[in-house]
Design a binder for this molecule. Structure first.
Ligand SMILES: [Zn+2]
Ligand SMILES: [Zn+2]
Ligand SMILES: [Zn+2]
Ligand SMILES: [Zn+2]
Ligand SMILES: [Zn+2]
Ligand SMILES: [Zn+2]
Ligand SMILES: [Zn+2]
Length: 616
């Protein structure tokens, strides 16, 4: 410890107490609170920790807390939830402590209730993490090879989309690995394992974007992201001179006396450690998240320090903090994790993206773009349109026509005042000023006609739309005004609407007589998969209405046919074990159920994959 000081902070006797033990050499404050030993990283913490009653405000994302190594799993979970809160809002120190106390209590209660349920959830969760099952994709669902070899846990009821740190970490690692592979396909070999995560973070954890930038201008991207481009040419090793203390040191890997990040700026080990501890403690660019921005100390160099550098220098704790800060960035800035609108927990996006779920906490399946119910293969605009058209269809023919004309032709002054930009990649709501119908979208910079939604003239390369005061054209894109604008053939719509309705009437219930718990759980999972499959099939009826390409529609119909046949198997599933075949044991029934559930989910995903591009 740098200082032997011990101070105690608490407003009153029922407030959580904070005992400050001092500043460690690794750059964190060692404190005791809520029965835990905590390491607090951040700016100007002396003042906050010393303030009477802990009233000092901790500005958002300026502190990072980690639990000491011997803390239990639930305590670590509570601390990381607290970090997530600290990253989002300003909190008083005493508030943070109260929150931590509550999070710890919640974690304890959760553990107790899990224990009461016979470790059922804990088991299911362990095997979910172990088999790498986090996406909404059951294609690789492990099927039993030997019916006799039954696993102890209820594999069939594992929920694919999760809300737990391990799985998020695994997802981040998978993203890094697949990005590294794709880059290798482009002929880019990274200098070290540190490069890929730093580049991904720089590109908002969007691997597609990162690859596009690599292809466009690799040198520019690497300079921007602060990573070395090609493996650095190492001049013959000899004594190096530290750029800070000017001491000479030998260039050897073991024992390490100093290093450079791949640039030609060498620093001795002591100077490196000192520099990085300053960053961790909250020097320039400090705080826990500041570690992500630690750079080569050479003025103007800009290369970033990655986790392997911390390890090489023996700064294990900082390496761990760095990794946690990276995970935090992945969760808060990445697009693979979204907040569930039902329970506000984080949910990982899987193969069904942009559809998300089912959420592990509240089972909700939702669209991560519009946060309504999941609606693949329809886009959000098509889904809105379809709902509006169904609503419209309930009205009489005359009102229907009247409402269409009212919403549609922006004639005179009483027409609508604002409409969405018709560019499907944009959809920004835009106010119509007085004068002509010619609009200029401030977001996507395309131009468009307020009446007919014809658009172009901007970056997309489409021709510029007409510039008029009055327009009598009919919109060519019927999803643009959520269907009210459509003057499409009613018969075509009626056909798809009745298909939609008949598909909505099917039941996914299975009648099974069985005492066996495993069989009942497997049946419940088949029912859940069937419900998901029927929903995809139903949305498929609407999808067909919007699709213009006959070829795609035909392919889609094949996929629908496969799905229908799978769903028919539900009806023919025997409700009792067969008496003729002795081999029809519980194990083989289980296997049949699991195979069917996996096939239903695969087929639902196949239907959803027909979703058209566009963000709105
Ligand atoms: Zn030095
Ligand atoms: Zn440098
Ligand atoms: Zn939820
Ligand atoms: Zn949506
Ligand atoms: Zn004009
Ligand atoms: Zn726009
Ligand atoms: Zn027009």
């Amino acid at each position: 410890m740098g200082q032997g000081a011990i101070s105690v902070t608490a407003a009153s006797s029922n407030e959580p107490q904070l005992v400050v033990k001092g500043l460690s050499e690794d750059g964190f404050w060692l404190v005791e609170a809520c029965g835990l030993e905590l390491h607090i990283y951040g700016d100007n913490l002396e003042e906050a920790l010393g303030s009477p009653g802990g009233k000092q405000l901790l500005p958002a994302s300026s502190v990072f807390i980690e639990a000491a190594d011997d803390a239990g799993e639930s305590a670590c979970g509570a601390v990381s939830e607290l970090n997530a809160l600290l990253a989002e809002r300003d909190l008083q120190l005493c508030e943070a402590l109260r929150l931590l106390r509550r999070l710890l209590q919640d974690a304890e209660e959760e553990q107790e209730s899990v224990a009461e349920e016979g470790d059922y959830h804990a088991d299911a969760h362990d095997s979910a993490a172990g088999s790498g099952y986090v996406s909404g994709d059951f294609q690789e669902a492990p099927l039993l090879e030997e019916p006799a070899d039954l696993p102890r846990v209820h594999e069939a009821s594992i929920r694919p989309a999760a809300g737990c740190e391990d799985e998020f970490e695994a997802a981040m690692e998978r993203l890094v690995a697949s990005f590294t592979e794709s880059a290798a396909d482009l002929g880019v070999v990274f200098e070290s394992r540190d490069v890929a995560p730093l580049v991904l973070r720089h590109c908002g954890w969007d691997d597609g974007e990162a690859l596009r930038k690599f292809q466009a201008d690799a040198a520019f991207l690497t300079r921007e992201a602060g990573v070395p481009l090609a493996p650095a040419r190492r001049p013959p090793s000899g004594p190096r001179k530290c750029g800070i203390c000017f001491d000479d040191f030998p260039d050897a890997a073991l024992p390490l006396h100093g290093l450079s990040l791949g640039c030609e700026h060498w620093f001795c080990k002591d100077c490196w450690c000192q520099q990085l501890n300053v960053v961790a403690r909250g020097g320039p660019g400090g705080g826990g998240s500041g570690l992500l921005d630690a750079r080569c100390p050479w003025p103007g160099c800009g290369l970033r320090v990655g986790s392997s550098t911390f390890r090489l220098l023996g700064l294990e704790k900082l390496a761990v903090s760095f990794w946690k800060a990276l995970l935090h960035s992945f969760l808060s800035e990445g697009s693979l994790v979204v907040e569930c609108p039902g329970c506000r927990k984080r949910v990982l996006l899987g193969a069904a993206k942009p559809d998300a779920g089912p959420c592990r906490q509240c089972s909700r399946r939702f669209c991560s773009l519009c946060f309504g119910e999941a609606h693949g293969p329809l886009t959000c605009a098509e889904h809105r349109t379809w709902a509006a058209m169904l609503e419209d269809a309930k009205q009489g023919a005359l009102q229907k026509l009247a409402s269409r004309f009212r919403c549609f032709f922006a004639l005179g002054e009483d027409g609508p005042a604002a409409r969405r930009c018709p560019n499907p990649q944009c959809g920004a709501m835009t106010q119509r000023a007085e004068g002509c119908l010619f609009m200029h979208c401030p977001r996507c910079t395309e131009m468009w006609c307020f009446n007919c939604g014809d658009w172009g003239g901007g970056p997309c390369g489409k021709p510029r739309p007409h510039h008029v005061f009055f327009c009598m054209e009919v919109p060519s894109d019927i999803t643009w005004l959520d269907g009210h604008s459509s003057l499409c053939e009613d018969a075509n719509f009626e056909f798809h609407r009745s298909l939609w309705e008949s598909r909505g009437a099917q039941s996914s219930e299975i009648k099974v007589e069985s005492e066996d718990e495993d069989v009942l759980a497997a049946v419940a999972d088949v029912e859940a998969a069937a419900k998901e499959a029927q929903q995809a099939l139903r949305l498929g009826a609407a999808w067909r209405f919007f699709e213009r390409s006959d070829d795609r529609r035909r392919l889609f119909e094949f996929a629908e046919g496969d799905m229908t046949r799978l769903l028919e198997q539900l009806a023919t599933m025997p409700s009792k074990p067969s008496t003729t075949f002795r081999a029809d044991s519980i194990a083989s029934r289980l296997q049949r159920h699991r195979t069917l559930a996996a096939a239903l989910r695969t087929q639902a995903q196949a239907l959803r994959s027909y979703r058209r591009m566009g963000t709105a």
